[in-house]
Design a binder for this molecule. Structure first.
Ligand code: GS8
Length: 219
C-alpha cells in the first residue's frame, strides 16, 4: 500500500521527471500537482520552505525534497520491486557519484549553453560535450550505466536526453557525431514505458526553453 502520494512538479523539469520515472518503475500511483513557478502555491512554500523548488514528493503528508534524494527514498520504501540502486555498497557509491556528476556538470553546463551568449556559451558548449564524452566512456559497452538493467544513473541522466535537440540548436553541433553511444543509450532508455510515458517530446522542450531564453535575454 503506497499511502497517499502527491508530487509537486512542473512538466519541463528534468528533476521532476526523475521522480516520475522512479514511481513508474515501481508501478506506484500518485497525484500530480503542476506548479506555477512564477506564482508558487502555498503548499509548495509550506512543503519546501528552504529551497522553494519542485519536485517535492509528499508521502502521507510528509515532504521529501531534492530529486535524487526523493528517488533514493522511493527505492528504499518500495524496495521489493525494480531496485534502482545496486545492493553492493561500493557500486551504490559509484552510482551516487555519477548521478551527482550529472547534476554538477550536465545540468549546469546545459543551462549555460541555453541561457548565455558569446564566450560563456561557447565555453559551456565545449564543457558539456566533454562531460558527455566522460559519461560515454563510463557507459562503455554496457547497455545501461549499471549493466543490464535500468538504474539510478540512467534515471538521473535520461531527462536530459530530451534536451539534446535544444543543446544542438543552441550550440550548433551534433550529438550523433560527438557521442553516438550516448544517443544509442538514450534511445534504448526510451524503449522503456516508464521513460517514454514520462519524458516530453524533444521539440516541445526546445520550443519552451527557446522562448524562455528569448524572454530572459530581452529583460
Ligand atoms: C533542483 C530542482 C530545481 O532546480 C533537485 O530537485 O534535484 N537540485 C534540485 N527546480 C526548479 C525547476 S526545474 O529547473 C525550480 O523549482 N525552480 C524554481 C525556483 O528556483 O524558484
Amino acid at each position: 500500500m503506497a499511502g497517499e502520494l502527491v508530487l509537486l512538479e512542473f512538466w519541463p523539469s528534468p528533476f521532476a521527471q526523475r521522480v516520475k520515472i522512479a514511481l513508474a518503475e515501481k508501478g506506484i500511483g500518485y497525484e500530480c500537482k503542476e506548479e506555477n513557478l512564477m506564482n508558487k502555491s502555498p503548499l509548495l512554500l509550506k512543503m519546501n520552505p528552504v529551497n522553494k523548488q519542485i519536485p517535492v514528493l509528499i508521502h502521507n503528508g510528509k515532504p521529501i525534497c531534492e530529486s535524487l534524494i526523493i528517488v533514493q527514498y522511493i527505492d528504499e520504501v518500495w524496495k521489493d520491486h525494480s531496485p534502482l540502486l545496486p545492493c553492493d555498497p561500493y557500486k551504490r557509491a559509484q552510482a551516487r557519484f555519477w548521478a551527482d556528476y550529472v547534476d554538477k556538470k550536465i545540468f549546469s553546463n546545459g543551462r549555460s549553453l541555453v541561457f548565455s551568449k558569446g564566450e560563456t556559451q561557447e565555453a559551456a558548449k565545449k564543457e558539456l560535450i566533454e562531460c558527455f564524452k566522460v559519461l560515454e566512456a563510463e557507459l562503455g559497452e554496457k547497455t545501461y550505466f549499471g549493466g543490464e538493467t535500468f538504474g539510478f544513473v540512467d534515471l538521473a541522466l535520461v531527462p536530459f536526453y530530451c534536451w539534446f535537440n535544444l543543446y544542438e540548436s543552441c550550440g550548433n553541433f551534433s550529438f550523433d557525431q560527438e557521442c553516438p553511444k550516448i544517443v544509442a543509450w538514450g534511445k534504448k532508455c526510451l524503449e522503456k514505458e516508464s521513460v517514454s510515458k514520462v519524458l516530453p517530446d524533444q521539440h516541445k522542450v526546445t520550443d519552451f526553453f527557446t522562448a524562455m531564453a528569448k524572454k530572459f535575454s530581452a529583460q
